[in-house]
Write a new protein. Sequence first.
Length: 600
Amino acid sequence: MAQRIEDYALLGDGQTAALVGRDGSIDWMCVPRFDSPACFAALLGTPDNGYWRIAPHGATVATRRRYRGHSLVLQTDWETPEGTVRVIDTMPPRGQAADIVRVVEGVSGRVRVDMTLAVRFDYGSIVPWVSRHGRQWRAVAGPDAVWLRTPVPLEGKDFTTVASFDVAAGDRVPFVLTYRESHLPAPTPVDAQDALVQTERFWRDWVGRCDVDAGTWDDVVKQSLVTLKALIYEPTGGVMAAVTTSLPEQLGGPRNWDYRYCWLRDSTFTLSALLESGYRPEARAWREWLLRTVAGDPSDLQIMYGLDGRRRLPELELGWLEGYEGSRPVRIGNAASEQLQIDVWGEVVDSLHLARLAGVNHDHDAWNLTKHLLDWLEGNWQQADNGIWESRGPRRHHVYSKVMAWVGMDRAVQAAERFGHDGPVDDWRRTRRAIRREVLERGYDTERGTFTQFYGSQGLDASLLLLPQVGFLPGDDERVVGTVHAIDRELTRDGFVQRYDNVDTDTDDGLPGGEATFLACSFWMVDALCAIGELDKARRRFERLVDLRNDVGLLSEEYDPTTGRQLGNTPQAYSHVGLVNSALALRRGEVSARTRPHHR
C-alpha cells in the first residue's frame, strides 16, 4: 500500500522525476519523460505495479530525512537497534540517459539492508524480462529497458531483483539505475560518488542565482523555487503542474486527474515568481515555450498543452490500477484540454505583458500574437464558459473569466500607451469599459456585498481573490474588501480556502461530492489580505500554510483540515508558486509598513 502523499520526497533530473517514500521505496517514476508511462506505479496500485526499495531489514527506531542544502539530494537516516544507516538519493541532471543514484552509507554499528527492485513498464501493466549482463542487470520489455549496476551480489526472483547485505560504519554501497531505450547499447553508468558531488554543485550554483530577499521566509522560498525548477521540462522550458496523475482530491472519489501537463493559466504566476527571484533564463524559456505553443489560430487556444506543446491529450482510464487508497478511476491524459475557458486568453496576454515589462526577449512576435488573441477575445468574451476550475457541468458566465478578458484588453491598452505598440487602441478601450460595466452590474451581489462565482449565482469563487492583484479594482475598494471577507467567511475551513462550494450552493461541477481546501487559493487569500491592508492576518495565514509542508518542504495540491492530510497531485507547481509570491507580497507589505510615515 502506498504511503501518505506527504510522506514522499522528490527527485528530478530536469526531464523526469521520482517520488521516494519515508520507507525508502520509490513508488512513482515515469521514463524517459515526466509524461511517459511509469515504470514504478505502486503509488497508484500495489507493489506488483512496480517499486524500488532500499531500507534496513527489520524494525527501525527513527527515520530522519532532509535535502542537502537547497537541493534535490535526499538524505535519509534510519536508526535501528543494531546501528544507524544512511541512504543518499538523487537524480543527476540528465546526461546520456536518465539515472537514479542511491548510495547506502554505514553511520554506526552494523545494519542489515534489503534491496528490492520490481520494474513494471506501462504504468505497472508489463512485467519485463530480467537478465544479467556482466556486472549489470537489465529489465527489458518492448521499447523500454532499465539497467542496474552495483557491487552487491543480486538475485532474480519472480521477475524481481533482490539483495540483502550488511553495512558497517564507514561503508559505502552504490546503486545506479539507468533507463535507456531497449534498442540502444547498454548505457555507460555514472559514477555514484561523482554524481552526488556534481548534483549538489548544480543545485548550489542554481540557488546561488536567486537574488530576492524574502526575509524570514528566505529558506522556505528557496526550497520552493528548487521544487519549481524540478517541474520545468528542460528541453522546452514548459512548466508542468505536478509530476503525478490521479492522486485524489477526495479519498475514494472520482476527482482524479492527470497533471503532467502545462497549464497556460499558470503562466503569469510562474513568470512573476521566476522574474522576481532573478531566474530570467527560466522565465525566458517559459515565455518562448508559450509563444511556440499558442502559435496558430487564436480560436484554437487550449487551457493546457503537453511538455513540448503537444495539443492532443486524450483522456484514458487505466483499469488495472486500483487507485491511490481506492480512488478510481486512474486517468492519463486530460479531457479538460478541450474546454472553453475565456480567462486563458487574458492570462496569455497578461503573461506576455509581464515579460515585456521585464525586458525578456524581443517583442515583435509576441505583439503580433497578442493582437490576434485580442481580436478573438473582442468577439467572444460574452460567451459562457467552463470557468477556471474546469467544471464538467454546464457552461456559465463566470465572473473571473470576464475579469481576465478585461485584463487582456487592459494590458493591450497599456502596451500601446507605454511602449507605443500599434493596434486599434480605441476599440480595446471601449471593450475594456464594456466588460467592466457588465461585471460590476451582473457579477456583484449588492445585498451581500460580494462578487459571485457567475452571473446570478449565490455561490462564491476563490478566484475572485485575485481581483486586486490583476488590477480590476484597488484593494481598498469596498467591493473587494467585502468579497475577501465573504470568501473568508463562506469558503474557508480552519483558515484554508476552498475553490468553491458545490454542495450547498447552485454550483454544479458535474461530479459527485466535495473536495478539500485548495492550497493555491489559500495563498491567494494571503495576497488578498495584504492588498486590503490586513497584514497581521495575512502573516498568520501564511505561517500556517508554511507549516503544512512535509518534512522536506513539499506541498501537494490540496489539504484536508479534517484528516490533516495533503491531497491531490504532488508536488504541485501552483502551490509552490503561490508560496513564493505570497512570501514576497508579505515582504513588500512589511517593508512598506515600516517605511510609511507615522502620524500622531
